[in-house]
Write a new protein. Structure first.
Length: 184
């Protein structure tokens, strides 16, 4: 059972955690009042709210089901990697622009991480390997695109594909490391 101090601290973090996405949703709304370069539709706001909600609810769930800080950290890093990968890919795309069909390949990375985690029963040891698989797939996609010429690479220089994927692979591997430590 939580002490009164722990409960107040937990509530403070929950308030902070849900305030940040609210402020992030308000930012484009305010920006739209001052510039025509920001032009979000109702659908954009709805999609962003759903994405923030999924992230928040996932983190709330993991805090409730696990006391292991390493496990929680592994989930947080994997959720952050998934969120950023989806958000960036839909906003501007990794290969060429957001309309390039080759960018759809990147959606398989968080899907693989989630499927692998589910198959492992969301146990840390299995999730470790799911995150390693996600890291490998993340790095393999731009190499496959460059090797087989999938989609239009647009103005982006080919060297940027593996560099961007290396950053995301590092996030997946960080998550894997945290799950590995949590499984001990």
């Amino acid at each position: 059972m939580m002490s009164a101090t722990q409960s107040k601290s937990a509530n403070r973090w929950r308030i902070i955690g849900w305030t940040i996405p609210l402020l992030l949703l308000l930012a484009p709304l305010v920006a739209m009042q001052f510039t025509s370069e920001v032009n979000w539709t109702v659908g954009d706001f709805l999609f962003a709210a759903i994405m923030f909600g999924i992230v928040g609810l996932t983190l709330e769930l993991v805090v409730r089901v696990s006391d292991n800080r390493l496990y929680r950290g592994g989930v947080a890093v994997a959720v952050a990697a998934s969120f950023l990968l989806i958000w960036i890919n839909l906003a501007v795309g990794f290969i060429g622009n957001e309309n390039n069909p080759a960018n759809q390949l990147f959606f398989t990375v968080p899907a693989l991480a989630l499927a692998g985690s589910a198959v492992s029963g969301f146990r840390a040891a299995g999730m470790r390997w799911a995150m390693v698989a996600a890291a490998v797939l993340q790095f393999a996609i731009p190499l496959l695109v460059m090797t087989f010429g999938i989609g239009d690479t647009g103005p982006v220089r080919p060297i940027e594909f593996p560099v961007i994927s290396a950053v995301f692979s590092a996030l997946w591997l960080t998550s894997a490391w945290l799950f590995g430590r949590a499984s001990r």
